[in-house]
Design a protein around this ligand. Structure first.
Ligand code: HEC
Length: 197
């Protein structure tokens, strides 16, 4: 099994775009500052969401948790985006909210994550970045980090969803595709975008 460090992959792609101030062949200490910042954003977003979700589920069960995901996930993402001047969101190959659907670049990265996981890379370490032209031709730094499915997630994304949760989800998300996941599956990814100055 070939272990590919995420940094090496990203760096290989970014080579020539002068994203990193250091020459190529760099060790992990030379991770570009955009990537370090992205990791921090993901950490913050993930922790804030998880905390809100755990509290809601503890106090009112999974049905109560849906409210957090429905009402707060987007708001937390928007707040962070404004604070950081960076677009922050979540996406997946199987989305619950169609507003979270992947664009072409995200789709390719999500498939790449599945392939790397199948080759044995740990799901919680999968990340990827690149600098690409956006729709308007503006250079944009983009970063994604995989989100593995944990036990808590199965209440709302697993194979056996309780009738109450099922009913509430159906009401809010008639086109829900984000079910049938097992623990350890890739649920999706955090996705970040920032214009390059
Ligand atoms: C209480 C129910 C509930 C639980 C538990 C839950 N989710 Fe969700 N999840 C939702 C809802 C509702 C949405 C749609 C949010 C929205 O409208 O943007 C969602 C959306 C998502 C999305 C965005 C992509 C999409 O499908 O629209 C990801 C990624 C995600 N959840 C991952 C997780 C992970 C990982 C866990 C476990 C740590 C988890 N969820 C636990 C209800 C839940």
């Amino acid at each position: 099994m070939r272990a590919v460090s995420p940094f090496t992959l990203g760096a290989a792609l970014a080579a020539g775009i002068a994203l990193a101030p250091h020459p190529s062949g760099a060790a992990s200490a030379d991770v570009p500052p955009e990537v370090v910042a992205s990791r921090e954003v993901v950490q913050k977003f993930s922790a804030t969401l998880k905390e809100a979700l755990q509290q809601a589920v503890q106090s009112g069960g999974p049905v109560n948790g849906i409210t957090v995901c429905h009402d707060q996930a987007g708001q937390i993402a928007t707040d962070l985006s404004q604070q950081l001047g960076m677009l922050v969101g979540r996406t997946s190959l199987k989305v619950r909210n169609p507003a979270n659907a992947a664009d072409n670049w995200e789709l390719a990265v999500l498939k790449q994550f599945e392939a790397r996981k199948a080759q044995g890379e740990p799901a919680d370490k999968l990340e990827f970045f690149d600098v690409i032209d956006d729709d308007q031709g503006k250079k944009t730094f983009r970063y994604m980090k995989a989100i593995p499915t944990g036990a808590l997630c199965l209440n709302c994304h697993g194979e056996n969803i309780s009738p109450e949760v099922d009913a509430k989800l159906k009401g809010l998300y008639p086109n829900d595709q984000a079910r049938g996941f097992k623990e350890g599956d890739l649920r999706g990814a955090f996705t970040l975008a920032k214009p390059v100055q």
